[in-house]
Design a protein around this ligand. Structure first.
Ligand code: BG6
Length: 491
């Protein structure tokens, strides 16, 4: 791995994303020894005029809980905070970015006097409206020093535009300033343990190879549920809605990994090539295969317009036109203010032909990957009911991570993704053509919703969402198993 000076610049340092996700992830990497104090310096950049210590105090509470912290943790924390400097400036002024450059350079020279590199990582914890101007400022005034070598990388996060056109415009603006290998588009679902496991699961197991196709699989669901509403984010959310917030990015990324063909190798470009291919094979979405919902009370939020047509729930059926998947519905479902919080992939197999047990009514084989909470994979299958009778029952082969990997702590998505950025591995980041293909799938539907041609159905907060969504699922072929639920094992 590369060594030498590494400067991590968090732009938008006092914002929510930085406080809740970026700094905690950096601290965790530091704690585990991935950020060496003799190499790394962290810079916070934002408009507010505050001192280094004020920034440190603002983020401190997000890093550890002072009340329960051990003396070692407190010590680690102060070591970490010492690495952080604050620079204030606007997002479109030469002055601010020249100052930033000066501060970074001083650090590079002081630590790099013998040998080393100028590695600069810019994390844009900012609204996308300022991406173009910030990128321009970085490009003009704050790039790594070529005589020291190293690199400059930019980390950005959704929303990347609101539809195909605006996304392409943003991509072009950034693309004129930075090359694709310098741009890291985060989709934090790609940093989740069980999402990263998908590739291994599918392509390293003989079990799945022959089954993973239209001959055996009846339907696939990719589901995201939250049991809280848009709490305090109504203003942002109303501009985007659940399809842009969750489905077009997080669920579609998971979809790619479930449905794509085997990549030539693990090289990031090969993996991303396959993702693009499967996205390009998705057929246009049909209105009758969409159910939208909006929870009652959503419009009570003062930042949400009274007439808002924004969906907080959506079920969308995607159909892939290729040899492996023709005829298999992929049902993507996401909702806020539902009755539970979980994210899972549910692969339902076809009925057993020539069944001699008459057990169809009991349920079909399912392979479920629970992304969160309680990470797990389980296979729902039919077994003989233990006892004297020859009767059948539903049971499961269960790989629950909490039980199987006791004492292993699963890293936060952002931790992994930042580490990948430092290492220069783009496998778990969204490539420009992938983003474009994703927008191509959803833009026509989004425009129909934006134009008020499709309306969300009301649903009760704390419910399963509109009943029409269950009806659509059934129509797509999903057969619900009655009288069986999987209970995560307790330790
Ligand atoms: C974000 C969305 O990208 O993902 C939020 O903007 C959502 O609306 C969040 O709550 C969910 O992430 P996670 O990791 O908690 O599933």
């Amino acid at each position: 791995p590369e060594t030498g000076c590494l400067s991590i610049v968090v732009l938008g340092a006092s914002g929510d994303l930085a406080k809740k996700k970026t700094f905690p992830a950096l601290f965790n990497l530091f704690r585990q020894g991935f950020l060496q104090p003799d190499e790394v310096h962290i810079f916070g950049y934002a408009r507010t005029k505050i001192s280094d210590d004020e920034l440190r105090n603002r983020i401190r509470g997000y890093l550890i809980n002072d009340k329960n912290a051990s003396p070692e943790q407190v010590e680690k924390l102060s070591k970490f905070l010492e690495l952080i400097k604050y620079v204030s400036g606007s997002y479109d002024s030469e002055e601010g970015f020249r100052l930033l450059d000066k501060e970074i350079s001083e650090h590079e020279l002081s630590k790099n006097s013998v040998e080393g590199t100028s590695r600069r990582l810019f994390y844009l914890a900012l609204p996308p409206s300022v991406y173009p101007s910030v990128c321009k400022m970085i490009r003009n005034f704050s790039m790594n020093k070529s005589d020291l070598g190293g690199w400059t990388r930019i980390v950005v996060e959704k929303p990347f535009g609101k539809d195909l056109e605006s996304a392409e415009q943003l991509s072009t603006q950034i693309g004129e300033l930075f090359e694709e290998p310098q741009i890291y588009r985060i989709d934090h679902y790609l940093g989740k343990e069980l999402v990263q496991n998908l590739l291994v699961l599918r392509f390293a197991n003989r079990f799945f190879l022959p089954l993973w196709n239209r001959d055996n699989i009846d339907n696939v669901q990719i589901v995201f549920r939250e049991d809280f509403g848009t709490d305090g984010r109504g203003g942002y959310f109303d501009e985007y809605g659940i399809i842009r917030d969750i489905i077009q990015n997080h669920l579609l990324q998971v979809f790619c990994l479930v449905a794509m063909e085997k990549p030539v190798s693990l090289k990031p470009e090969y993996i991303r090539d396959e993702k693009v291919k499967v996205l390009q094979s998705v057929l246009p979405i049909k209105d009758e295969e969409v159910v939208l919902g909006q929870y009652e009370g959503y419009r009570d939020d003062p930042t949400v317009p009274d007439q808002s047509n924004t969906p907080t729930f959506a079920t969308v059926v995607l159909r892939i036109h290729n040899e492996r998947w023709e005829g298999v519905p992929f049902v993507l479902k996401a909702g806020k203010a539902l009755n539970s919080r979980k994210a899972e992939i549910r692969v339902q197999f076809k009925d057993v032909p020539g069944d001699i047990f008459k057990c169809k009514k009991q349920g079909r084989n399912e392979f479920v990957i629970r992304l969160q909470p309680s990470e797990a994979m389980y296979m729902k299958l039919t077994v003989k009911q233990p006892g004297l009778e020859m009767s059948t029952a539903q049971s499961e082969l269960d790989l629950s991570y909490g039980q199987r990997y006791q004492g292993v702590s699963i890293p936060e998505a952002y931790e992994r993704l930042i580490l990948d950025t430092i290492r220069g591995d783009q496998q778990h980041f969204v490539r420009r053509d992938e983003l474009k293909a994703a927008w191509e799938i959803f833009t026509p539907l989004l425009h129909r919703i934006d134009d008020g041609k499709m309306k969300p159905l009301p649903y009760q907060p704390g419910s399963r969402g509109p009943a029409e969504a269950d009806a659509l699922l059934a129509k797509a072929g999903y057969v619900q198993t009655h009288g069986y639920i999987w209970i995560p094992p307790t330790l």
